[in-house]
Design a protein. Structure first.
Length: 367
């Protein structure tokens, strides 16, 4: 293989696809970036077996061929050559990177061992405003599980009925859900997409346009300009959110978002090293008393609120409530409670498109 290209184009492509390289694997080729020289372009792709990212760039091709280079070493090296013009020349053992009056050699692996990437995914699809898709991902993906004990919880569930869509994520301690409208859909569907995949899609898309997602046989595909992302979907039964979101509450609190957020963040500082980063809400007729206590010290602050219902004192993980508050976008929020040990809800005061459910923390006083 031998090709000539602009360093800035190669660097941009490599930085995009290297995110799909495997980091811990017994299959060395999955740590590589595959470069293919065809016609008038370089096809640059990486995969870890779950997600793949491919980017095409213009190039002068002197000799067609394929080669696999160490992904992160190649990426780190090429991003230092953004201003250069680069010639890539490879054989079975090494790739020469030629720039200005210099030349660097890098070991390669055979492209024959690189997995085949299936981009023929077009059986079903749905499209939505790009801004809405970004909003849906940012509103939910942070609530996905981070471990492998229940793999399906590492993804967000998309439920599509007609032109209505809802996206839900949960990790066993909290839940996020948001609903809205699509531009189009080929039919009803339910899929669970890995959070990692969604976060990469969120980085790919931008602007005021439309994004279409294709679905087929347990895989999805998104194409933006000359970048194509494919990913496998999770199989299994996702938890039905309607079975765990309470319908009625004994206490509702309306509170200013900025005041609540500032108080929670101050209380969280003193318990940030504790296992559950525990803070307490003590809710009475016209306020929420927010407190925390640790070896470092203690905090106790009143936040004005409009309350309706019973007084309640409840403990919670400060990280979970901070992330829920940050994800809401109105000046006034509503928090709804039933008891010290039942899940509570955090949502906007007016627009009910999104909702956050959080399990309280059991303490000696409420066990």
């Amino acid at each position: 293989m031998k090709a000539f290209c602009e360093g800035i184009d190669l660097s941009d492509a490599v930085l995009k696809v290297v995110k799909a390289c495997a980091t811990k694997t017994v299959t060395p080729v999955l740590e590589c970036i595959k470069i293919s020289a065809r016609n008038d372009k370089l096809i640059i792709v990486a995969t870890d077996g779950e997600i793949s990212i491919q980017k095409n760039i213009k190039a002068e091709i002197y000799e067609e061929g394929d080669v696999c280079v160490p992904g992160r070493y190649f990426s780190d090296f090429i991003k230092k050559l953004e201003g250069a013009q680069i010639t890539l020349s490879s054989d079975d053992k090494k790739m020469d990177i030629i720039y200005a009056d210099s030349q660097t050699a890098m070991q390669v692996l055979s492209a024959n061992d690189f997995p085949k990437i299936d981009t023929d995914i077009n059986e079903n699809s749905f499209s939505m405003k790009t801004a809405d898709l970004k909003k849906f991902i940012n509103a939910t993906s942070f609530c996905c599980a981070g471990d492998d004990s229940r793999p399906i919880l590492k993804g967000c569930q998309f439920v599509i009925k007609g032109k209505e869509i809802s996206v839900t994520a949960l990790d066993g301690f909290r839940l996020a859900t948001i609903k809205g409208e699509l531009i189009s859909s080929t039919g009803d569907m339910e899929i669970v997409c890995p959070a990692r995949t969604l976060n990469e899609i969120e980085k790919m898309i931008d602007g005021d346009g439309t994004t279409e997602i294709f679905v087929q046989k347990g895989r999805i595909l998104v194409e933006v300009d000359d970048t194509v992302l494919t990913s496998r979907l999770y199989n299994g039964d996702f938890i039905k959110k309607d079975n765990i979101i309470p319908k009625d509450f004994t206490t509702r609190v309306k509170v200013d978002k900025s005041a609540l957020k500032a108080s929670i963040e101050r209380a969280a500082i003193l318990v940030r090293s504790d296992k559950n980063s525990l803070i307490i809400f003590d809710i009475s007729s016209d306020k929420i008393e927010i407190s925390s206590n640790s070896e470092i010290g203690s905090v106790q602050e009143p936040v004005k609120a409009e309350t309706n219902g019973k007084d309640i004192k409840i403990a919670m993980n400060s990280k979970f409530i901070i992330e829920a508050v940050n994800a809401l976008d109105e000046d006034k929020l509503v928090l709804s409670f039933n008891s010290q040990i039942q899940p509570f809800i955090c949502e906007n005061a007016e627009n009910k498109e999104r909702l956050y459910l959080i399990l309280p923390v059991r303490t000696m006083n409420n066990a």
